[in-house]
Design a protein around this ligand. Structure first.
Ligand code: NAD
Length: 474
């Protein structure tokens, strides 16, 4: 997707990594060690479908094992190749370090167009791919734990979990071999929405800091802010839905694989999503103007631009024409190193991918812990919390002689269930990581005007990985 004169995705990630690493007091050998992926396994396997043997190529890359298990999604797309999975695996290392989840970085992918196969065929293909990875411990609760990514979701994760269980019938922790599973097979409430929810929490935290908003030329709260989203898949849809329904943002354009739809008065995300599910794209959506070349709409006037689909979509060719002053990288790598340079010079504030989309891996961490502990969060304490709150009400009523307002009783007497705990843990993680990142950004900016949120994020992550290496040895 990047412009012809630009390096590919992996090189681009490495350039952004180097920009940060060079600002740190580190030896070149440790920088070189962290920069590259530790290993990448390629598998070519055959599945008999439609009367002949179809050969598929898949990958699982491990970027860093400074913490185990390593973690990272499995992507189904025709773009998948070794460079792409290595770039994505390295981003997983930095992401996990930044949000303090105790995993190393990994990523997998299958070079396939998932729309070209029906459900039964996809199940055969997924189980065969999983078999190849499981037998090499590239899927394993204590070593390597995949999750969904582009082109995969709960359904594929359930097949993978079942395949692992069939091959490891006595492993009591088998369910922890993969996250993003449906609830019935060990998933956690709030995982499907987690990445989009994390995008929302990240943006909310950004809007709590006047200085940060000012850097992006923004004022006031989130209400009424004009948002453009690229990709209305898992991440883009949830981010858009929550920003619209809970923060009153106005979604003025959505870019999809078949073009874009614009409505400066606001698009209703639920209605648009139903249209996409029914007709396969945004074309013919009756409540907006259709633009055939969707990439042009990345340049549409808005307050917040959220690329949530592919990598390299904002690059040296178009970065100079982007009007948004605040870009939230919900996708992995949507801005190339060259594009990043241009945007920074133009005063655009970029919330980097390794932070913005970290909600997915954060809730995956909660799911993994739930699977290992074999109990739903909140099960032991919820009713006990409620009983205590009832006692507080009773005491207040006795002390004041007044009765507690009925309209507040329900909200006051409610112990946290799993979903509430997941959201609280996610919000806390996103706020904490954002504040670490912005502290570093503003502290170093005084002496180095080229500092930005991405460089700060890399510096925090690299420092944590270096500390693990030096504590543990290589
Ligand atoms: P998805 O497959 O659910 O959705 C991707 C969407 O992008 C689809 O609606 C697709 O039609 C659309 N799309 C495809 N080509 C496009 C094009 N040329 N222009 C515009 N839209 C196009 O994928 P997802 O899980 O939402 O992932 C999106 C991005 O977020 C990826 O970069 C992924 O790595 C990243 N991410 C996902 C998760 C997760 O939990 N799913 C977590 C972290 C990061």
């Amino acid at each position: 997707m990047s412009s012809k004169n630009e390096p590919g995705f992996r090189e681009s990630v490495e350039m952004l990594f180097m920009r940060a690493a060079e600002k740190m007091d580190l030896s070149s050998d440790i920088i070189d060690k962290i920069r590259v992926a530790n290993s990448t396994y390629t598998v070519r396997f055959g599945v008999k479908l439609r009367g002949k043997i179809q050969t598929f190529t898949g990958y699982r890359s491990v970027h860093s094992e400074h913490a185990e298990p390593v973690k990272g999604g499995i992507r189904y797309a025709l773009s998948v190749d070794q460079n792409e999975v290595e770039a994505l695996a390295s981003l997983m290392t930095y992401k996990c370090a930044l949000v303090e989840v105790p995993f190393g970085g990994s990523k997998g992918g299958l070079c396939i167009d998932p729309r070209a196969w029906d459900e039964d065929e996809l199940e055969h293909i997924t189980r065969r791919f999983a078999f190849e990875l499981i037998k090499r411990d590239l899927i394993n609760p204590s070593q390597n734990v995949p999750a969904p990514d582009m082109g995969t979701g709960e359904r594929e994760m359930a097949w993978i979990a079942d395949q692992y269980h069939r091959m490891n019938t006595t492993d009591i922790d088998a369910r922890a071999c993969v996250t993003g599973k449906p609830l019935e097979v060990g998933g956690i409430r709030g995982r499907v929405e987690a990445t989009g929810r994390g995008v929302q929490y990240g943006i909310r935290e950004f809007f709590r800091h006047e200085m940060d908003k000012e850097a992006a030329g923004l004022k006031g709260g989130l209400g009424g802010k004009r948002v453009v989203i690229q990709g209305l898949g898992n991440v883009g849809y949830h981010a858009g839905k929550f920003l619209q329904e809970e923060d009153d943002c106005k979604i003025v354009a959505v870019i999809e694989h078949d073009g874009a739809v614009i409505n400066d008065n606001g698009l209703d995300i639920e209605t648009l999503k139903s249209h996409i599910s029914e007709y396969g794209g945004v074309a013919k959506f009756p409540h907006g103007k259709h633009v055939e070349d969707g990439s042009l709409v990345l340049e549409h006037d808005c307050d917040i631009l959220i690329p949530a689909a592919l990598e390299g979509v904002i690059n040296m060719d178009n970065a100079g024409r982007v009007k948004a002053r605040f870009i939230v990288e919900a996708a992995n790598g949507p801005i190339t190193a060259g594009g990043d340079e241009i945007l920074r010079k133009n005063g655009v504030v970029i919330m980097p991918d390794m932070f913005a989309n970290a909600g997915g891996v954060t809730v995956s961490y909660f799911e993994w812990v739930k699977n290992l502990s074999h109990i739903r969060f909140g099960r032991m304490q919820r009713r006990q919390e409620e009983a205590r709150q009832e006692m507080v009400i009773e005491a207040l009523e006795k002390m004041t002689g007044e009765s507690f307002p009925d309209e507040l009783r329900g909200a006051f007497v409610s112990g946290a269930d799993e979903l509430a705990l997941v959201r609280s843990g996610l919000d806390d993680t996103m706020r904490g990581a954002y504040n670490n990142m912005r502290d570093m950004w503003h502290r170093l900016k005084a002496e180095d005007p080229s500092m930005d949120l991405r460089t700060a994020a890399y510096m925090i992550s690299i420092d944590r990985v270096v500390k693990s290496y030096s504590t543990l040895g290589l």
